[in-house]
Design a protein around this ligand. Sequence first.
Ligand SMILES: C=C(O[C@H]1C=CC=C(C(=O)O)[C@@H]1O)C(=O)O
Length: 474
Amino acid sequence: MESLVLSDRFSDFYHAFHQDDQTAYVTLGVPFENIDPLAVLELNGDSDGTRFYWERPEYEMALAAGNKVAVLRNSGSGRFRNISRQSDSLLQTVRYFSEINHSMAGAHLAGGFSFFDQSMSGSWSSLGNASFFLPEWLLVRDGQFSMINITRPWNKKDSLEEIQNWFLDWINQFVSRLSNNIERSRILRYSVTPGGDIMPVESEAERIRWIHNVTKARQHISEGHYRKIVIARDLKLRTKNKVSSTKLVHFLRKEYPSCYTFMYQLNGDATFLGSTPEKLLSLHSQYIKTEALAGSIPRGNTATQDAILEKKLQESSKNREEHAYVLDAIKDKLSMLSDSLEYAPEPVIKKYANVQHLCTPVAASLRNNMNPVDIIEQLHPTPAVGGYPELDAMQKIQELEQIERGWYAGPVGWFNSNRRAEFSVAIRSGLIRRNHVQFFSGCGIVEDSNPEAEWEETRIKFIPMQKALEYALE
Ligand SMILES: C=C(O[C@H]1C=CC=C(C(=O)O)[C@@H]1O)C(=O)O
């Protein structure tokens, strides 16, 4: 990267903005070596303890970001609107320079929202109800193309030469830190991962209580309080050995290539991560994609068994009902933002390593250019993670679950100054803080649900994170 030379356009760019009082940050986008962004995150070390990772291998797109230049936080019921406003103001103060014309060349904000808007306690408090960061660096791999966006505060006193040199030095230091750490990793290549014990902190009493609560939910449904509710549970584990988040993420993305694998850590505290099959929103040129994903059945051990289960899922009225609530809610919510809604007439089956789901992809063109956070506010929570009707179910979830959901089932992702965005629903996820691990798993309850079978469904949904944890012990 020593050959980085900024064209005359950079000088024009500098002169256009350097006296501008509205400018607070400058972002430079340059092509980068085609290297795995997760390896970069791992090799770069913790730095200031703020990190983000995002990948859906089947889309051939990965994104890693580190070090905060600015942080947006908010809590309470106005958190979506507040983050939308804060992000508009912040992004208006970032001046962007790139020789590349690409929708990922720009300033990005990475983070997400908790499921509920009540204040967060314990390990969740570092993430808050809503937090995003403007990273110092963000590396994007899009197929065979890679680029890095680097952001720094703008100081009117800096000369053109000083700014150019700063960027040049930054890139050189970044690259040499990566090379030195690659050398170090090569030396350690043959070291054996010791693994370590994982101690589950789960009891039969918890199982009985959860099943009792699902039975209660069914009763509420038959009394007509609501028609569907999603009840989750957690699995608390304690590990003897340290957990490597990047190793855990590496395992997840390898095993679940059609899921979004994500990781988010703010200020070196707890890390929230997971591998979710559920897309909340992708936004590109005012075109939205989302999906209804609800209704589940396990995978079979043989092709025949798998096909029989698939057919059973397609024909299950209980699962079709669960699914229909989600699709109806998405259609209602999107029709307020768009005049053109497209969705498949029948759900398709999406197969993952341990489970298969009913899925209906939905697409729409936005009527107006919107901040992605305003769309998320409309979509969250879908009845795939909340219930139907939404408000009635939401009020009951906390009473019946008795866990703090935190960011489980909340919107997690990124958006950028080109109004491109991608957010997932953060299910099949967990929170790690030192040697304390908490995984989450839930399922939709309708009148016909069998509480024992739902317990089994949540057990199956925990498996990916449990396997990844075993792999990630150092
Ligand atoms: C709430 C979860 O899954 C949702 C997404 C897909 C299928 C679901 C189901 O069949 O119950 C759930 O609605 C979870 O995995 O924690």
